[in-house]
Design a protein. Structure first.
Ligand code: GLC
Ligand code: CA
Length: 572
C-alpha cells in the first residue's frame, strides 16, 4: 500500500496548515488542531538550559510538518516561578529567561507566516504575591491598590468553597504579616485572588487583554475562569457575576479585536461548563475544555466499555452558534479527577496511579504514554478518539512521540520535562550541562531521550509520530470532524464505540474497539441501507450497509476505523 503522507525527514512542509489565510476565517478554531507547548521546556536557543522564544521559533517548521494549526503557550510572563509561571508578577512583559517582548512578537509573526496561530494563557483570577499590585495592596491599604485583593480580618468567609490544591493548602485564606489581615486565594497561598468586585481591577485586567491582543495573538486560554467572583453562601464557582464579566470581556474583544478567540479552563460538570459559551445573545467563550469527557477515555480503556463515554456524550448539551469544545487527553496539570465519582476516582487511581507518588492533588501526575504502559496501540486509539469526538483536539508537547514522565519530581513538574528532540547529550533541548536544565530530562530506562526522541520517530515509518501526522492530515481533509454533528450509534458490543460525524458534504462513521481482544460487531445505521463504506485513511472499501440497515465489522484489539459513508449513485 502506498503511504498517502510519506514522512519526510529533510524537507519540512512549510505552511502545512490548510486553514484559510489568517484573517479570513472567523471560525478557524472549529477546524484547527491545537498543541500546548511550554516554552521553558521545549527548545533552548542560548545554552542556559531554559527553553525560550527564539528556541520555540526554530521549531515552527517541525510543528507545521506535524500539522499543528495553533499553539497554546502557558504563561511566559515575569514570575517568581512558584507555579511555573501561573504566578504572574508582571502581566505586560516577557520573562527575561524566555526572551524579550520583541522575541515574542517575532515568534508570533513567524508562526503566522506558516499559517500557525497562537493562543496565550491569561491568568486573570490571581497574581503572584510578588506582583506590584499585591505589594502595594499589602503596604498601603488606603492607596490605589488597597482594594485590589480580597482582604478580611478573620479567615472565616466563604466556608463553602473547596480547596483545589489539596496537596499543599488547607484553607483558601492566608495571613499577611505586613497588612496584618487575611487574603483570599483559590490556588497556592502565594497566589492572592484579585478582587473582581473592584471596578478598577476589572478595568486593569481588560487592559492586559488589550495589550496582548495588540501584539497579534489569536486568542486566550482563560486560566481558572470559574473563580473570579466570590459570594457568601455559595461554592464560589461559576457565579452570575463571573459570567457577566466574561461576557463583557468578549464584547471588548469582539469590538476591538474581532476574531480573537477565548478558551475557558472551567473544570466543571457538563451543564456548568456549557454556561461558559454564553448564549447567542450574550456570547462568552468560543471554546471550553471538555473536562468531563477526558477521564472517561481512560476509564473506557480499562473497563473495555463504551458506557461511560456514551453517557457523558449524551449528557453534553448542544452549543450555541460558533461554540466548540476543546478536547484533550493530557496537559501540563495532573489528569484531574475532580469531575468523577468517588468510585470512579478509586478505579482510576488503581489502574493508573498504583504508586502514591504518581498522584497529584485530586488527580494523576503522569503523561499519556506511561499511563498507557507504553502501548502504542492504546495511545493511538486514545488519539483516534481525541481527533474524532466533537471538538478541536489539543495535543500536549511530547505526547506525539510518546514521551515519558518523572513522577518523582514535585508538584506537576513530572509532566513538564524537556522535550526530547534527539539522542545527543542534551536531547537536542539545550547545549547547557543537563544538570543546569530547567527541569531534569526523563532518565528512566526505555523512556530517556536516547530511546524516545523526535529525530528517531521521524525516521521510523511506523512510529507514533508518523502515524499521528498521517491521521492529522486525514482529519484535515474532512472538516466534518471539526464542524459536523455527532450521533451515537447502537452496536451489539459495549466494547465498541460507534458514532457518526456529519456535515452537509459528508458522513463519517467512527468505530473504536476499546478492548484488548478483537471484536466482531454489528452497527445499526438507520436510513442507510445500501450505502457504501470506505476507509478514509487507506481508501479501501468495506462491506456495504445491508438492506436491514446494519453492517458487521471486525476490529482487531485496540483499533479503530474512520469510514466515509456514502449514498449509492442511483439514490444520490
Ligand atoms: C490552572 C493551571 C494550573 C495552575 C492553576 C493556578 O489550573 O492550569 O497549572 O496551577 O491554574 O493558576
Ligand atoms: Ca534559553
Amino acid at each position: 500500500m502506498s503511504h498517502p503522507y510519506p514522512p519526510d525527514h529533510r524537507q519540512p512542509v512549510l505552511g502545512a496548515s490548510s486553514l484559510p489565510p489568517l484573517t479570513e476565517d472567523t471560525h478557524w478554531y472549529r477546524r484547527a488542531v491545537f498543541y500546548e507547548v511550554m516554552v521553558q521546556s521545549f527548545k533552548d536557543s542560548n545554552g542556559d538550559g531554559i527553553g525560550d522564544f527564539p528556541g520555540l521559533m526554530s521549531t515552527l517548521d517541525y510543528l507545521s510538518w506535524l500539522g499543528v494549526d495553533c499553539l497554546w503557550v502557558p504563561p511566559f510572563y515575569p514570575s517568581p516561578g512558584k507555579d511555573d509561571g501561573y504566578d504572574v508578577a508582571d502581566y505586560m512583559s516577557v520573562n527575561p529567561a524566555y526572551g524579550t517582548l520583541e522575541d515574542f512578537t517575532r515568534f508570533v509573526r513567524e508562526a503566522h507566516v506558516r499559517g500557525i496561530r497562537v493562543l496565550v494563557d491569561m491568568v486573570l483570577n490571581h497574581t503572584s504575591d510578588q506582583h506590584p499590585w499585591f505589594q502595594s495592596s499589602r503596604e498601603d491599604p488606603a492607596g490605589p491598590f488597597g482594594d485590589f485583593y480580597v482582604w478580611r480580618d478573620t479567615p472565616t468567609g466563604y466556608p463553602d468553597v473547596r480547596v483545589i490544591f489539596t496537596d499543599t493548602e488547607e484553607s483558601n485564606w492566608a495571613w499577611d504579616p505586613v497588612r496584618r489581615q487575611f487574603y483570599w486565594h483559590r490556588f497556592f497561598s502565594h497566589q492572592p485572588d484579585l478582587n473582581y468586585e473592584n471596578p478598577a481591577v476589572r478595568r486593569a485586567v481588560i487592559d492586559v487583554v488589550r495589550f496582548w491582543c495588540s501584539t497579534g495573538v489569536d486568542g486566550f486560554r482563560l486560566d481558572a475562569i470559574p473563580y473570579l467572583f466570590e459570594e457568601e453562601g455559595t461554592n464560589g464557582e461559576s457565579l452570575p457575576a463571573t459570567h457577566h464579566f466574561i461576557a463583557t470581556l468578549r464584547e471588548v474583544i469582539d469590538t476591538e479585536f474581532p476574531g480573537t478567540v477565548m478558551l475557558a479552563e472551567a473544570n466543571q460538570p457538563p451543564r456548568d461548563v456549557v454556561a461558559y459559551f454564553g448564549s447567542d445573545d450574550q456570547p462568552e467563550c468560543h471554546m471550553c475544555f471538555h473536562f468531563p469527557v477526558m477521564p472517561r477515555i481512560f476509564q473506557a480503556l480499562r473497563e473495555e466499555s463504551s458506557q461511560g463515554l456514551r453517557t457523558i456524550l449524551a449528557e453534553t448539551p448542544p452549543l450555541p452558534q460558533g461554540g466548540q469544545w476543546a478536547m484533550f487527553l493530557r496537559n501540563h496539570d495532573e489528569l484531574t479527577l475532580e469531575m468523577v465519582s468517588d468510585e470512579e476516582r478509586d478505579n482510576m487511581y488503581r489502574w493508573y496511579a498504583p504508586d502514591p507518588q504518581m498522584r497529584a492533588n485530586v488527580g494523576i501526575g503522569r503523561r499519556l504514554a506511561p499511563l498507557l504502559h507504553g502501548s502504542q496501540r492504546e495511545v493511538e486509539i486514545a488519539h483516534a478518539l481525541l481527533l474524532s469526538l466533537p471538538g478541536s483536539p489539543f495535543l500536549y508537547y511530547g505526547d506525539e512521540i510518546g514521551m515519558g514522565d518523572d513522577y518523582t519530581l514535585p508538584d506537576r513538574y513530572g509532566v513538564r520535562t524537556p522535550m526530547q528532540w534527539d539522542a545527543g547529550p542534551g536531547g537536542g533541548f539545550s547545549d547547557a550541562d543537563p544538570a543546569d536544565f530547567v527541569l531534569p530530562m526523563v532518565s528512566s530506562p526505555g523512556w530517556d531521550h536516547r530511546a524516545i526522541n523526535v529525530s528517531q520517530s521521524r525516521q521510523r515509518e511506523h512510529s507514533l509520530l508518523n502515524w499521528l501526522r498521517k491521521m492529522l492530515a486525514v482529519r484535515r481533509e474532512h472538516p466534518a470532524f471539526g464542524i459536523g454533528s455527532m450521533s451515537l450509534l447502537s452496536t451489539d458490543d459495549d466494547a465498541v464505540l460507534a458514532f457518526l460525524r456529519r456535515d452537509e458534504s459528508e458522513t463519517i462513521l467512527c468505530v473504536t474497539n476499546l478492548s484488548s481482544s478483537s471484536r466482531a460487531v454489528r452497527i445499526q445505521l438507520p436510513g442507510m441501507g445500501g450505502w457504501g463504506l470506505k476507509d478514509l485513511a487507506t481508501g479501501h472499501s468495506f462491506p456495504t450497509v445491508n438492506e436491514h440497515e446494519y453492517v458487521d465489522i471486525t476490529l482487531p484489539r485496540h483499533s479503530f476505523y474512520w469510514l466515509s459513508v456514502s449514498m449509492p449513485k442511483e439514490q444520490a
